[in-house]
Design a protein around this ligand. Structure first.
Ligand SMILES: Cc1cc2nc3c(=O)[nH]c(=O)nc-3n(C[C@H](O)[C@H](O)[C@H](O)COP(=O)(O)O)c2cc1C
Length: 283
């Protein structure tokens, strides 16, 4: 998947958009985005598929069914997809894959917004002919951002604190969770970690915690208490896949080589509600 802008610029540019211009996406750009859907590879090898859904020509009734509880205004095109549910890391793979597509689209000034809760999952599942062994974790609208955001959009941003991120020393650690890392603490991984920190996450909970030990960075998920009870989808593991995507694309961009491995480390006085997900190992 070819990027035409610097990945760091694309990541800084992306923010959730919930209010769209009514004008359709230019044909050439839509074609590029459609092509990108077919070429997504994911780190844990789950079977994922992504699909574009255009609702501009649907009869009113049907497009209302696909509505997104009035949270998204003006969007006529969506990207959704499915992942086969029997793979252990299907949520992370889906998160990683759809975020790659979102970053690809962002470089063409296309607005997006991860939706894991506020959309009609049943109608979208029907639209993509979801199979019994598949799940549909999330969707995103795509389109040109409106000049002015709707009140709902501003209210959601404010409620989630979307313009803020946790401090470095709440997210990143060296050797063990007892030893927080600040911005000056790791020259080599400063950029990949900075770009990971800008990742979107459900309700902006930022559940990612990273511990660097020698040539490995261990990725942990610290679950938010009482979160995710209402949805059948593991939103916080999708968040982890998104964070992996930001980290890996930035690391590769600055010439760092590495691989993802799953090998529970002998770490490390775990924080409460924390589980190990994956490690990045320098090559
Ligand atoms: C997995 C996931 C699910 C999300 N679900 C919703 C949703 O259902 N409705 C919504 O309005 N925003 C949703 N969001 C968007 C987040 O609220 C948003 O990413 C976060 O507040 C950070 O803001 P930013 O994306 O502008 O950086 C979701 C984000 C992620 C990553």
């Amino acid at each position: 998947m070819e990027l035409f802008k610097l990945i760091t610029e694309i990541i800084k540019q992306r923010k959730s958009c919930r209010t769209f211009e009514p004008k359709p996406i230019e044909k050439e750009i839509l074609e590029k985005i459609t092509d990108s859907l077919a070429n997504i590879t994911v780190p844990f090898g789950s079977k994922v598929r992504f699909q574009l859904i255009d609702i501009s020509n649907l009869p009113d009734e049907e497009s209302k069914k696909l509505g997104t509880y009035r949270i998204i205004k003006g969007a006529k095109t969506f990207i959704t997809g499915a992942v086969v549910s029997d793979s252990a890391k299907c949520w992370e793979d889906f998160g990683y894959g759809l975020e790659k597509i979102i970053l690809f689209a962002t470089q063409f000034e296309i607005g997006t917004c991860w939706l894991g809760g506020t959309f009609n999952r049943a109608s979208f599942s029907k639209k993509i002919n979801l199979q019994p062994n598949e799940i549909l974790p999330a969707i995103t609208p795509i389109g040109y951002p409106a000049q002015k955001s709707s009140l709902t959009d501003s209210a959601i941003r404010k409620m989630a604190g979307s313009d803020k991120r946790k401090l470095w020393n709440e997210l990143f650690f060296k050797e063990s969770f007892n030893n927080p890392l600040n911005e000056a603490g790791d020259e080599t991984y400063y950029q990949p970690l900075s770009m990971l920190r800008l990742a979107p996450s459900a309700s902006n909970r930022q559940p990612w915690r990273i511990v660097k030990q020698n040539n490995k960075l261990h990725f942990y998920l610290q679950r938010t208490t009482g979160y995710n009870k209402l949805v059948s989808v593991d939103l916080q593991r999708i968040d982890m896949g998104i964070a992996m995507c930001h980290f890996e694309l930035t690391a590769k961009h600055i010439g760092l080589k590495g691989d993802w491995i799953t090998e529970t480390p002998s770490v490390i006085n775990l924080l409460p509600r924390t589980e190990y997900i994956v490690s990045w190992v320098e090559k």
